[in-house]
Ligand binder design. Sequence first.
Ligand code: NI
Ligand code: MN
Length: 225
Amino acid sequence: MRLTYIAHAAFYLESGDHRVLVDPFISGNPLAKHKPGDFHPQAILITHAHGDHVGDAVEISKRTGAVVISTFELGELLARQGAHTNAGNHGGTLSFPGGSVKLVPAWHTSSYGENFLAPGVPAGLVVRFGGKTIYFAGDTCLFSDMKLIGEEGLDIAVVPIGDHYTMGPADAVKAVRFLEPKIVIPCHYNTFPPIKQDPHQFKQMVEEQTSATCLILAPGESRDF
Ligand code: NI
Ligand code: MN
């Protein structure tokens, strides 16, 4: 399974003939080296409605036929814009070509567009793909039910560390203790001035205080697992 950190909270997963985009904020993303046209997913997984997560999902779904998976209200909204959607809700596991995703809680808000429509609530994603279990926390604060998510048996946990809109580095280290992944990948930092962080400091805290290995990826960088 190949994982590419596009930038911010956007990731691309590839395994065999299967390809999955997560939170595809690509055009307008100041750190992204890719363009939306670089990606040919069969599934697009979205944590919540904020523009830095929905990103180019509708356009890519229309171009590729990829199914957009999210919580229910956001799925209905994106379907009206022409996306191919399969919307579920917390606790549900939805299949896509090559894998599945369980939608789990995340503590955050979720609004869309100029009028701040609030389509449903955010989710975290427990993705089973390419023989690995990967948790994308989405935008969230720390919450103790992450212990339950850890019981899924996580190979990789992708956690925000930017602070301001999400948990910051200290709470993200506590999250790693609850989640007990083998590998933790920080995201949602350094894209905008309010979320400036030093990921190397986070890595040091993770590796001193937990048994996980912290993998810092540069925008555009890929790693095989
Ligand atoms: Ni958000
Ligand atoms: Mn965000």
